[in-house]
Design a protein around this ligand. Sequence first.
Ligand SMILES: Nc1ncnc2c1ncn2[C@@H]1O[C@H](COP(=O)(O)OP(=O)(O)OP(=O)(O)O)[C@@H](O)[C@H]1O
Ligand SMILES: [Mg+2]
Length: 327
Amino acid sequence: MNPLNPFAPPSRVITVVLNPALDHTIEVAGLRLGAVNHALRMQVEAGGKAINVASCLADFGVSAAVTGQLGRDNAALFEALFQRKKIANHCHLLDGLTRINTKLVDTVSGETTDLNLPGPELTPATAADLLEQVLQHLDRLLEGARWVVLSGSLPPGMPADAYATLARRAHAAGAAVVLDTSGAPLKLALAAGPQMIKPNRHELAELVGEPLATREALIAAGRALLNGPHTPETVVVSLGGDGALFLTREQALHAHPLPVAVTSTVGAGDAMVAGLVAAHLENLALVETAQLATAFSASKLTRLGPHLPPPDQVRALARQVAVSTID
Ligand SMILES: Nc1ncnc2c1ncn2[C@@H]1O[C@H](COP(=O)(O)OP(=O)(O)OP(=O)(O)O)[C@@H](O)[C@H]1O
Ligand SMILES: [Mg+2]
């Protein structure tokens, strides 16, 4: 149920945010370390991968709910985003602050310096309690939900199999799972049989333990996952400025990126995950899925935060995405 509106229809997509972040961007002309710098501008955006996915889905008109955790002491920006976009908020409040990741943008060199924090250090008891709370929210929200999005890192202290546990619970209720994470959480949750995964090339290389320097190597690694013991139905490998590979057991496609003016690449992959889910809700074929997911990413690239233009503009962009078949 949506606490903002108990009469609202159930959310079709649930995204799980276990390690949210506020993205704090500061612009400086000529950053000097160890000196007093006079900054030009700052912007703070509610972030975290699962929140970015929900935000893009909401902009496309898909009803989304978020569950997971937020720090009680700076939850206001997240709550404002949820209210503005009519995202149902089912997050558990933890004591303290949500981590703040700082991006220092040097307007002279064009370089960005990221200062990222790991997230709250959870004790075994806090981690177990949080996971239980999220499972309870999930159980309630799963009535009527078609997709569960598990994306982003886990906070320190959260067991690495948390996504595997959540994926099994989603499957038990008949929902499909898309997984977008890395390292041990990816490896362990893969064993729970998510319907779709979206590693970027580095995450896929780490998963299979090989460098994957060529497109052929990436396709072979993706295909091996599709034929493995717990096979996802779709593997999407995003390649940044080189586009993305869309692989199923029957088809292999390369969706080429759109030539857009890039404002920020942060969250381009999250927008792609949102586009993948939106395409599945519309039962699109793989070519149209690849086009819509790429259009979601391209639309986000022109903006600083996880926001999309109106849906008809995204659909118009999707029709311009070139997709080639890989033999
Ligand atoms: N520089 C770029 N120019 C054009 N398109 C891009 C660019 N960077 C990313 N994209 C588009 O966005 C998609 C996803 O980007 P990317 O592979 O960087 O995801 P990611 O590494 O998962 O990002 P994140 O996790 O930060 O959201 C790409 O497949 C591509 O379509
Ligand atoms: Mg990513």
